[in-house]
Design a protein around this ligand. Sequence first.
Ligand code: ATP
Ligand code: MG
Length: 410
Amino acid sequence: MSKNTPKAIRGTQDIFGADAEAFAFVVETFERVRKLYRFRRAEMPVFEKTEVFSRAIGETTDVVSKEMYSFEDRGGDSLTLRPEFTAGIARAYLTNGWQQHAPLKLATHGPLFRYERPQKGRYRQFHQIDAEIIGAAEPQADVELLAMADQLLKELGIEGVTLHLNTLGDADSREQWRAALVEYFGKVRGELSEDSQERLKKNPLRILDSKDRRDQQFLADAPKIDDFLTDEAKGFFETVTSGLDAAGVTWKRAESLVRGLDYYRHTAFEFIPDEGTAAADALGAQSTVLGGGRYDGLMESLGGAPTPAVGWAAGIERLAMLVGEKAEPRLEAIVLVEDDRGLTAAIELLGQLRAGGVVAEIMASGSPKKRYDKAVKQQPRAILRVGASGYDTFSGDLSPGLKEVLTRRL
Ligand code: ATP
Ligand code: MG
């Protein structure tokens, strides 16, 4: 590489080979599973007006206050590269009148951008798969959404990852819990991290999420949401958990799990590798693979009518690390052009093979001896030899698909 060649941007990745196959495997499996649950596909812009995120996610969150890529475009508008999907989906729901489809099950995937400190499993451009159910207030929607996440992880072959589940209660429960947390942490304010002293003013729930040791010593004895749940909120959570049990989804109660974003109510969850498993080793500190919850308050922050909704997002790169390397598809046949007079016949044969679903390549450059050596080196299941007068013979072993195409030609 010349000194003159520009480098890639810090925190971005060029994904290739087995890693790229693993990435594609995650997306393909997600596409298959979301169809089983009848989630409809949507594509949204990669950028939005900055206010879409600042209003929907909340000015006080880390994402909005520290991590957004915002810029002024040539027309003077403040735009932001999306740091998450939900806010843009909510904007699209309102601007397109998708209320007519409610309850709407939506799925999407693509790149997101956050200005973070890059490390293993944490990038500045990363990718998520995302699923949302919008316009559904009933706990059955939470169950459906979580069952899909669980089935996805199973179909990806990922083991040792458990659903950690909490409830944040309804607005009333959350408000009382918040007040109790402010009182509790207020007494030890001076001993908290600087960040948490700030959180105490703006969003005390997030202190429970702190990774700082100065804060963590106080977490075990902090007030618990269960002491503040209204009967209604308690009933909602019980319906979710019994639905999960019926659906065969294993879960674990995580009393201090809160989500980073302001608009969450009721169900909040993360799928996290169990300690000591290969999955935990593979991910290191960046352990959460999938997270989400119910965000009943979000649509209002964008000027919409109150709209109950629940959703999750999962990092494709983190999931890809857990599915391990995936081999590129096995080469089934090489059409070996032994005599250039047979080139037309070879191209025709190649087209028929691929149309018949056979993974095939053509070898038609270099000397005849070199062509043969190069073909053997690629280790296809079969080499189909094409001479001056067309397809001649084969060596190797014919897969059923290959056999079928060749039989049809006769
Ligand atoms: P974390 O606690 O790891 O910062 P988060 O709470 O910010 O995660 P969400 O906003 O809930 O994450 O995003 C859902 C998922 O997207 C995460 O569980 C993770 O798998 C993935 N993710 C989030 N940020 C990044 C990143 N910077 N690089 C790679 N993956 C990410
Ligand atoms: Mg984060």
